[in-house]
Design a protein around this ligand. Structure first.
Ligand SMILES: CCCCCCCCCCCCC/C=C/[C@@H](O)[C@H](COP(=O)(O)O)NC(=O)CCCCC
Ligand SMILES: Nc1ncnc2c1ncn2[C@@H]1O[C@H](COP(=O)(O)OP(=O)(O)O)[C@@H](O)[C@H]1O
Ligand SMILES: [Ca+2]
Length: 547
């Protein structure tokens, strides 16, 4: 056996009372049983059943002293026991993929006759692991103790910390004491150079805090003014891990396919990296917020505003508020203008879902500069500033911008099933005033396989920027419900002439679970501004990958 990362090493060891041949290839650990053949006069035959684990999915390798000692003690009188013939052992902890994107940490223990062989196996496996430089070693963890069902601390201590410990990851843990504690700490105090990543234990609202803290800190450090809607923001080098402990947890669900804390911890341990778009939201040139999942005006804004009054109900507050908001059946007048995305990023109704290694998102980084140049050209000339923009006036029950699918347990395919995590676009969904029954049918389709966009009152556009202007004082533009190119600064209030008596005054924006205090907003997608410890949703496999 040689201590070399490129060489294959192989030993005959014992695993669960079976003799196995164990091989460590440069990127794969494999083992198979060697059976004594009764039919043959001598020698062994190999079992067909070969088990493999990719090295990049090994969590850690450890000496297994306790188990060997225990086995040796319990079998002292049975001299043929493998624990006596093979008294040294090492345990490999690895990722076991089960159904529904759920990952578990499994152990396999190999027993050796020779101490040196055992130690060499540990050393060589560790050498292979040390090549994986994408793995975090030091993490800054923020826990919201009040998110979701208030189980954040327990979830972290019982399910996540043991996985980090096993992987040898060092952590600094901060349990937040107030709203915006994590955001403010990241903005001004945290020494980011000490860490390879930040972990958020909480829901989408808590994630939003971490996002704002990190992105703002990076822009401040680089002298970028976030108030400039066209400022080129500096991407964050630190990745963010999400341990779901909130109410909706759609950012976690839509990036790994399940809301499971152990799965999240393992994605962090193996050092996954998933780039993600971030929308910047401005009001009259003043920065308001960032958003990565849902920006929703009307229905989802009203649900959120109402739900905050019933926070004590935990995640069930959304069901109650959703029902109440559905019954009130409000609609709101406003003007939406948007800059459509190029054709090469597909269409919200093309059924090409964003999956791990998504080609549309991978294509983005290299085409970003090109893309921006092209769009600058489109928007540059002062008198041509409306070129490429579309404008829609109307009465809407909901205006939703989904920068990712927004899949969550309530809606497993999400608000926009084909939205992409990192393509530089957001899907703008306009739900016009319609009957209560029609709106119910539309909502219901978020929970089944029917197309929620296939209604006369729903339209969806893939866009790079959009703006919204509510109709003030119930005045409606003459072109109500028409569609025509218009200057994107949307200030032609003087042209408003009719009234919209049946409109409810104004709603508010739900921005990743936080309420925005302005209704007139300008939104611009910042392509791949952040990265998560995730890999996107993997295509479903029928069987378990290893063991
Ligand atoms: C007849 C049955 C109709 C059911 C319709 C269900 C549609 C659900 C779509 C959910 C989209 C969720 C988008 C994510 C929003 C979150 O950012 C936000 C805050 O999350 P958290 O901080 O974890 O609490 N959650 C919401 O705004 C809740 C929306 C619930 C709507 C019923
Ligand atoms: N220690 C704390 N006390 C009160 N609120 C907090 C604390 N830490 C974070 N928050 C706030 O709690 C809100 C909800 O958090 P989140 O984790 O998203 O839970 P949920 O999904 O239940 O809404 C966020 O707006 C966040 O800013
Ligand atoms: Ca996107």
């Amino acid at each position: 056996m040689e201590n070399n990362n490129d060489k294959i090493i192989c030993s005959e060891l014992f695993q669960k009372h079976r003799k196995v041949e164990v091989v460590l290839y440069p990127a794969v650990l494999a083992w198979k049983e060697i059976e004594k053949s009764s039919k043959r006069s001598s020698g062994t035959c190999e079992s067909e059943h070969r088990q493999t684990v990719e090295v990049c999915e090994i969590v850690a390798v450890h000496k297994t002293e306790d188990e060997v000692d225990a086995q040796a003690r319990s079998h002292t009188k049975r001299i043929n026991q493998p624990s006596q013939q093979y008294p040294y052992a090492f345990t490999v902890s690895y990722v076991r993929k089960t159904r529904q994107h759920l990952w578990r940490c499994a152990d396999v223990t190999f027993h050796c006759a020779d101490q040196q062989i055992c130690e060499q196996w540990i050393q060589v496996t560790n050498e292979q692991l040390s090549i994986l430089t994408n793995r975090p070693k030091n993490l800054l963890v923020y826990i919201n103790p009040y998110g979701g069902k208030r189980r954040g601390e327990r979830i972290y201590e019982q399910k996540v910390a043991p996985v980090f410990r096993r992987a040898g990851i060092l952590t600094d843990v901060i349990v937040t004491e107030r709203a915006n504690h994590a955001r403010d700490h990241l903005k001004t105090e945290a020494n980011l150079d000490d860490y390879d990543g930040v972990v958020c234990v909480g829901g989408d609202g808590m994630f939003s805090e971490i996002l704002h803290g990190l992105v703002t800190r990076i822009q401040t450090d680089h002298g970028v003014d976030q108030n400039q809607p066209d400022a080129e923001l500096v991407p964050c080098s630190l990745r963010i891990g999400i341990i779901p402990a909130g109410s909706t947890d759609c950012i976690c669900f839509a990036t790994q396919g399940t809301n499971d804390p152990v799965t999240s911890a393992l994605h962090i341990v193996v050092g996954d990296s998933q780039p993600m778009d971030v929308c910047s939201v401005h009001h009259n040139g003043v920065f308001l917020k960032y958003s990565v999942s849902l920006l929703g005006y009307g229905f989802y804004g009203d649900v959120l505003a109402d739900s905050e009054r019933n926070r004590w109900l935990g995640p069930a507050r959304y069901d109650l508020s959703g029902f109440k908001t559905f019954l009130s059946h409000n609609h709101y007048g406003g003007t939406v203008s948007f800059l459509p995305a190029d054709d090469n990023v597909g269409h919200p109704r093309d059924k090409l879902q964003c999956r791990s290694g998504c080609r549309i998102c991978q294509h983005k980084p290299s085409s970003k500069d090109e893309h921006d140049e092209a769009s600058e050209e489109k928007e540059k000339p002062a008198d041509d500033s409306d070129r490429g923009w579309s404008v829609i006036h109307g009465k809407f029950i909901a205006i939703n911008s989904a920068s990712m699918s927004c899949a969550c347990p309530r809606s497993p395919k999400g608000l926009s099933p084909s939205a992409h995590l990192a393509d530089g676009t957001t899907d703008l969904i306009l739900v016009r005033k319609c009957s209560r029954l029609d709106f119910f049918k539309h909502l219901l389709r978020h929970t089944n396989n029917n197309d929620q966009f296939d209604h006369w009152f729903v339209e969806v556009h893939r866009v790079r920027k959009f703006r919204f202007q509510p109709w003030h004082h119930n005045f409606v533009p003459l072109e109500d419900a028409s569609e025509r190119p218009l200057s994107p600064d949307l200030s032609p209030i003087s042209s408003l002439q009719e009234t919209c008596d049946d409109c409810t005054a104004e709603s508010s924006w739900n921005c990743d679970g936080e309420i925005l205090h302005h209704t007139a907003i300008q939104v611009s997608v910042q392509c791949q501004l952040i990265r998560l410890f995730a890999r996107g949703i993997e295509e479903q496999q029928d069987a378990e990958v290893a063991v």
